[in-house]
Design a protein around this ligand. Structure first.
Ligand SMILES: Cc1cc2nc3c(=O)[nH]c(=O)nc-3n(C[C@H](O)[C@H](O)[C@H](O)COP(=O)(O)OP(=O)(O)OC[C@H]3O[C@@H](n4cnc5c(N)ncnc54)[C@H](O)[C@@H]3O)c2cc1C
Length: 410
C-alpha cells in the first residue's frame, strides 16, 4: 500500500501552497481536487486581475481579520506578504502596487498566478489527482484513509484540509471540508457572508441601478446608535447597495442585522461639510442662484438621476426656483442631503459573498502550526478556518500563509 507523507485536499491557493511547501521539505505529497483544474476561485479574484496581497504591516493584516486576528500573528511572521512577493518574483511573476497598498500581478491576470503555481507544483513533483471529491476521512493507527465513492482510497500520514468556504459554490467550494471536520469533532462556527452586497427596502433605489455616488459619507443606525463607515463610492443596484465601502463593512453590518433586524443606512452626499456649514452654504447658494430651479441647483450635489426621486420623497416641486423654496423646505433638504435614510433589510445569499466568515473554530487549531488540536497530523489552511479578512488582498495572503505553515508543519 502506497502511503503519502501528506495528502492535501483542495487545490485553491491554500492547498497549492501547502503542497509546494510540503514537497520543498522533501515529503511525498499528493493533492486531491474535485475540479479538473486548480484555483477556479482564484481565477475570478478581483475581476480576473487577482489582488494577491497587500503591502500593509502585519498589524494591519491582523486588524483586517477582526477580533481574533491575532491568531494569525505567527502565520504571517512565518510567511509574510514580502515572502509571497518573493515567491512569485523568484518564479518569474512580478507584482505591482495599486491604491491602498493592493498588489496585483503585473500581467493583471489571475491566470498568471495559476500558471506559476502549476509550474512550481510540477517542479517539486507534487502529484495532483483531479476530479477527486473527498467524501470521508478516517484515521487509524497513525494513518489517514481518504475515500470517495468514485475513486480508489488514498492513505497518508498527514492531511491538510484546504477545501475553502461555502461561497461561489460553482467553483467547487461547497463546504465538504467543513462537514468532514465537524464529523471528526471540530467545532464549526456560524457561517456568515463576508464582502456581500446589501438589500434596501426602498424600491426607487432599485430603479437607479448602476448609479455610483462618489465619496459618499455613510453611517448605520440601529437601536438608537449610529456608527460611521469610511467614506467611499456607493453603488446602487437592482436590489440595494454595493461598492467598496459596503463590501468592506458588510461583515460588521450583517452582524448588526442579525442582532437588531432591519437597519438604517444614512447617505451623506456632502460629507466634507458639517450640518452647520451645510446650512450656511445652502442659504448663500439660494441667494446667489435665486433664479435657478431647484432641480438645476441640485446637480451640483447629487447625480442627475437621483434628483427627481429625491424631490419626490421630499414632496418638493423640482421646477420651483430657489427663491420660492420655503425655509421649512430648505431645512428638510439640508437634512436629507446630509443623511438620506434608507432601510437595509437583508443581504445577498452566502453564495454571492466574496468570503465565508465562519468555519473550523480557531480554538481547535494550533496557531503556530495550523494542526488540529483534536487530531494529530490533521492540518487546516485557507478559508475553511473561521473568520475572514477585509478586501484588499488580505484573504489570499491568509490562504497562502496558512497553506505554507500547514505544509511546513505537516
Ligand atoms: C468573486 C471573488 C473575488 C475575490 N477576490 C479576491 C481578491 O481580489 N483578493 C483576495 O485576497 N481575495 C479575494 N477573494 C477571496 C479568495 O478568493 C479566497 O479567500 C481564496 O480563494 C480562499 O482560498 P482557499 O484555497 O482557502 O479556498 P478555495 O480557493 O475556495 O479553494 C478550495 C478548493 O478545494 C476544492 N474542494 C472543495 N471540496 C473538495 C472535496 N471534497 N474534495 C476535493 N477538493 C475539494 C475546491 O474545488 C477548490 O478548488 C475573492 C473571492 C471571490 C468569490
Amino acid at each position: 500500500m502506497k502511503i503519502y507523507d501528506i495528502a492535501v485536499v483542495g487545490a485553491g491557493p491554500a492547498g497549492c501552497m501547502a503542497a509546494i511547501r510540503g514537497s520543498q521539505m522533501g515529503k511525498k505529497v499528493i493533492i486531491l481536487e474535485r475540479n479538473n483544474t486548480i484555483g477556479r476561485k482564484l481565477l475570478l479574484t478581483a475581476n480576473g486581475r487577482c489582488n494577491i496581497t497587500n503591502t500593509s504591516t502585519i498589524d494591519v493584516f491582523l486588524e483586517k481579520f477582526g477580533k481574533q486576528g491575532s491568531f494569525y500573528r505567527d502565520v504571517f511572521n512565518q510567511f509574510s506578504n514580502h515572502d509571497l512577493q518573493n515567491f512569485f518574483k523568484n518564479n518569474g511573476l512580478e507584482l505591482k502596487e495599486e491604491s491602498e497598498g493592493r498588489l496585483f500581478p503585473v500581467t493583471e491576470k489571475s491566470k498568471s498566478v495559476i500558471d506559476v503555481l502549476l509550474n512550481v507544483l510540477e517542479e517539486y513533483k507534487v502529484e495532483i489527482v483531479y476530479n477527486y471529491r473527498l467524501e470521508h476521512l478516517q484515521k487509524a493507527s497513525k494513518i489517514f484513509k481518504l475515500t470517495s465513492t468514485k475513486n480508489e482510497p488514498i492513505t497518508a500520514y498527514h492531511v491538510v484540509i484546504a477545501t475553502g468556504g461555502v461561497s461561489y459554490g460553482f467553483t467547487g467550494s461547497t463546504g465538504d471540508g467543513l462537514r468532514i471536520s465537524e464529523l471528526l469533532g471540530h467545532q464549526i462556527t456560524d457561517l456568515k457572508p463576508g464582502g456581500v452586497p446589501l438589500c434596501v427596502r426602498e424600491e426607487w433605489v432599485h430603479n437607479l441601478k448602476g448609479v455610483t455616488l462618489e465619496n459618499a459619507g455613510l453611517s448605520i443606525g440601529y437601536g438608537g446608535k449610529k456608527i460611521y463607515l469610511p467614506r467611499g463610492n456607493l453603488l446602487l443596484t437592482h436590489f440595494g447597495v454595493s461598492g467598496p465601502v459596503i463590501l468592506d463593512s458588510s461583515n460588521k453590518i450583517v452582524e448588526l442585522m442579525d442582532e437588531h433586524g432591519d437597519l438604517k443606512l444614512y447617505i451623506d452626499f456632502i460629507p466634507e461639510l458639517n450640518s452647520e456649514a451645510m446650512r450656511v452654504r445652502l442659504m448663500e447658494d439660494f441667494q446667489k442662484h435665486s433664479k435657478k430651479s431647484l432641480r438645476t441647483y441640485l446637480k451640483y450635489h447629487i447625480p442627475n438621476s437621483m434628483i427627481d426621486p429625491l424631490l419626490h420623497i421630499l414632496s418638493i416641486n423640482p421646477t420651483k426656483k430657489l427663491n420660492q423654496i420655503t425655509k421649512k423646505e430648505r431645512m428638510v433638504l439640508q437634512e436629507t442631503l446630509k443623511a438620506l435614510p434608507l432601510t437595509l433589510n437583508g443581504h445577498l445569499p452566502m453564495d454571492k459573498a466574496m468570503v465565508t466568515c465562519g468555519g473550523v473554530s480557531k480554538k481547535d487549531i494550533n496557531p503556530q502550526t495550523m494542526e488540529s488540536k483534536l487530531i494529530g497530523g490533521l492540518f487546516f489552511a485557507g478559508e475553511i478556518i473561521a473568520g475572514c479578512g477585509g478586501r484588499g488582498g488580505y484573504n489570499l495572503q491568509q490562504a497562502f500563509s496558512t497553506g505554507y505553515v500547514a505544509g511546513n508543519s505537516a
